[in-house]
Design a protein around this ligand. Structure first.
Ligand SMILES: [Zn+2]
Ligand SMILES: [Zn+2]
Length: 101
């Protein structure tokens, strides 16, 4: 019993070590919760897995006007692919395009 637990613990430690090593490249510190939203924006509470992504969000995204707009209605988004998706769903049969600010 004790032996099995020991082996399992070692295996798990190895897996954690490997996944941490893969993601640590872009990080300032160790990542203990890989794959989880570990960092939250203090302004809008958006969750991010990496500190770097959160920093990018705070610098370029947070509080900024959405840059892309649907040409057929007032829908705006920060991500052009969301507008493409929106046009396909909401404006069926219309040419799929995006207006940029
Ligand atoms: Zn934010
Ligand atoms: Zn629209």
């Amino acid at each position: 019993m004790a032996f099995e637990t020991g082996v399992l613990a070692t295996l798990r430690a190895n897996i954690e070590y490997r996944s941490r090593r893969n993601s640590v490249k872009h990080e300032d510190g160790p990542v203990w919760h890989t794959g989880k939203m570990s960092y939250h924006c203090p302004r809008c509470n958006a969750g991010y897995t990496y500190k770097k992504t959160l920093k990018t969000h705070m610098k370029y995204d947070c509080g900024k006007e959405p840059r892309f707009k649907c040409p057929y209605c007032n829908k705006r988004d920060k991500c052009s692919s969301n507008i493409y998706k929106h046009v396909r769903m909401r404006h069926d049969g219309m040419p799929v395009m995006v207006h940029r600010n």
